[in-house]
Design a binder for this molecule. Structure first.
Ligand code: ATP
Ligand code: MG
Length: 392
């Protein structure tokens, strides 16, 4: 028989009425994801997702890799199914895991019986299979407290399943159960990590990027498209909205006091993002802001930039150290692209002495000569929508 995956659901959310919605979404996400790898059946029973290849052509290794980045799963087991009798179980362990036992100094068998009709209880199953294995592998000692290797036997409704140690899943909640939000994606290290973190909480992600050609190059834009593509490995496909920000930046440069440049620019970004977010059915904005990292990320600056929108702004990195953010960026594979040396529109007209403790009154005064409405309408006209496909 073929291999099959048993994927275990996060338990906290499996209560009450959430359960059905959670499971349906997860099954849908996994089905969509498995399509790339061939014909797989995906079904959920007893808080476990079964992913079963339906023919020989299915790319089982590729599918297994993909399962690691699906949110809503706490652990992943790659198993061999067999008939629910001791002889079949023992024979399957030998065939499937025998080599592991030959390499390990000690082992134990851990069994779980969710099919209560099975005549032996879990301790008896472990003793029976463990006894036979100990005889067949005399160099591998039984050690029930600190075994070097554990063989797992699960007696479930449809079959028995044999596997080695489980691997950790991506955690979080299935993408889509937490609504949809618009992430302001720059070319930096932080915002792709912010998008990933909110996707992990079950949020469907759309992105918006502000682009200032010719002050920022085509390469800078390509870099952001690549970052969005890397994020889709976790979030699923998304739309990347690219906004021509040049007229707004030039207007700010020409008409506003320099110390407020960044703040005014960020207020435009927020307001335009909220507008696109509304059109695309998003209920929140996401940024990679981090308290105290730069002048525009003080509490006062955040108050001023947040004041132009009424959607909630999620800042999942707000309380993290740079080190912690970088660790996640490396883990999810965005770091190498983020550090490519292309300028971002924020760095083009950076004030020498940015205001770190602005008030709303001061900023409104500094931008009073701008026709905000017209500039925003013009920017919204320029939006280019790119469908960013799923990436493994
Ligand atoms: P990042 O590493 O994400 O660029 P940062 O530390 O460089 O963040 P800022 O440049 O001040 O910080 O930007 C703060 C946040 O504003 C970013 O995390 C991002 O969400 C948003 N942002 C900045 N520039 C852009 C841009 N050109 N397009 C879209 N969003 C942007
Ligand atoms: Mg930046």
């Amino acid at each position: 028989m073929n291999e099959i995956f048993l994927l275990k659901l996060g338990e906290v959310v499996l209560k009450g009425t959430n359960k059905r919605q959670f499971e349906n979404k997860l099954r849908q996400n996994i089905r969509r994801r498995m399509k790339t790898y061939g014909n797989f059946d995906v079904y959920i029973m007893q808080s476990t997702v079964y992913v079963e290849p339906m023919d020989e052509q299915a790319d089982v290794d590729g599918a297994w890799e993909a399962c690691r980045s699906i949110f809503g799963l706490v652990s992943l087991c790659r198993c061999r199914p067999c008939n629910k009798d001791l002889d079949s179980i023992y024979q399957t362990v030998e065939e499937y895991l025998g080599e592991e036992l030959d390499c390990a100094p000690s082992f134990k068998v851990e069994s779980k019986r969710s099919d209560k009709a099975f005549p032996l209880n879990s301790i008896q199953i472990s003793q029976e299979i463990g006894g036979r294995l100990a005889e067949a592998h005399p160099d591998c000692a039984v050690d029930v407290h600190h075994p070097a290797y554990t063989v797992y036997v699960e007696i479930r409704d449809l079959a028995a399943y044999v596997h080695g140690p489980a691997e950790p899943g991506a955690g979080g909640l299935p993408t889509g159960v937490g609504g949809r939000a618009m992430c302001l994606l720059s070319g930096g290290i932080d915002s792709p990590v912010a998008a990933y973190m909110m996707a992990k909480r079950g949020v469907e992600i759309e992105c918006v990027h502000f682009f200032s050609y010719p002050y920022t190059s085509q390469l800078a834009k390509d870099k952001v498209i690549e970052l969005a593509r890397l994020v889709t490995r976790y979030s699923g496909r998304m739309t990347l909205n690219i906004v021509n920000f040049t007229p707004i930046q030039e207007a700010i440069r020409d008409d506003c006091p320099e110390e407020f440049f960044t703040l005014i620019m960020r207020r435009f970004m927020m307001e335009i993002s909220q507008e696109i977010a509304r059109q695309d059915g998003c209920g929140a904005l996401i940024t990679g802001e981090n308290l105290g990292q730069v002048a525009s990320q003080t509490m006062e600056a955040m108050t001023v930039t947040g004041a132009v929108v009424d959607m909630p702004i999620f800042m999942p990195l707000v309380g993290m150290d740079k080190e912690e953010i970088v660790t996640i960026a490396r883990k999810i594979g965005t770091m190498d692209t983020s550090i490519l040396p292309y300028e971002d529109c924020c760095t083009v007209f950076t004030p020498k002495h940015p205001k770190t403790k602005p008030t709303i009154g001061q900023v409104e005064n500094a931008e009073r000569t701008l026709d905000r409405k017209a500039l925003i309408a013009q920017a919204l006209e320029s939006v280019e929508k790119l469908a960013v496909k799923f990436h493994d």
